[in-house]
Write a protein that binds this ligand. Structure first.
Ligand code: ZN
Length: 225
């Protein structure tokens, strides 16, 4: 009770601002205003066919264009720890794919794991939070811990195409104690897809455990000409 009064007094004196554009927010608990969410540009086609590494994926899907607006939101998620923004972004992306039968028919969503060192540094894996929001939208459950990141891979950001591939080629394995998804269809979810290497080699690990079909989903991808 007191907390709630205190919060509403606080929001009059210091109204919550959109973390992206700085405008005063209307809704309670929001971090990004509707106008900013609407600035996110959707890809003309969600099915992606122009990536370098996709041989272990049955289908690759992305929702938004990785542009400045998207980058700003992801930066907030990664470095300011706004988990609720990641959740909402995942939810919104899921809403866009609600009419894709192959997505809805999957049995489980597996977020691409962060290596343990990075997870400790950041406190959470943003792909996992994105997956939870996505899951709330499409009604497919999330499974964490089945797919594991094996070694300390360096950040992909400054690597070339070939280096990116080497960096992730043997990075993933399957946890021994988890249930089996043999013969099943799964969604493998990551924040951004660039060359396809991360999703592809994570998918390879899933296949080695007998997974039948892997639908790679990225929340965004850069537009390539
Ligand atoms: Zn805004």
């Amino acid at each position: 009770m007191f907390g709630r009064i205190f919060n509403s007094v606080l929001s009059i004196v210091f109204p919550p601002l959109c973390i992206s554009c700085g405008r005063i927010l209307g809704g309670f608990g929001n971090k990004v205003c509707d106008a900013c969410w609407e600035k996110l540009r959707k890809l003309p086609s969600f099915v992606i066919e122009n990536k370098v590494y996709t041989d272990h994926l049955d289908m690759l899907v992305a929702v938004y264009i990785f542009d400045e607006v998207f980058q700003k939101i992801v930066h907030m998620i990664k470095y300011s720890g706004f988990r609720s923004v990641a959740y909402e972004l995942g939810y919104r992306a899921g809403k866009e794919l609600r009419r894709m039968p192959r997505v809805l028919e999957c049995e489980v969503i597996i977020p691409v794991p962060l290596n343990p060192v990075k997870k400790r540094e950041r406190g959470y894996n943003q792909s996992e939070i994105l997956a939870r929001g996505f899951s709330a939208s499409v009604g497919v459950p999330v499974e964490v811990g089945f797919l594991v990141r094996r070694k300390y891979t360096v950040s992909q950001t400054n690597l070339g195409v070939e280096e990116r591939k080497k960096n992730v080629e043997d990075a993933f394995c399957i946890s021994r104690y988890q249930k089996s998804f043999k013969g099943r269809s799964v969604i493998l979810l990551d924040d951004v897809v660039t060359t396809g290497a991360t999703l592809n080699y994570a998918a390879k690990a899933l296949r080695s455990a007998g997974v039948k079909e892997v639908i790679g989903i990225a929340i965004a991808t850069p537009l390539m000409d």
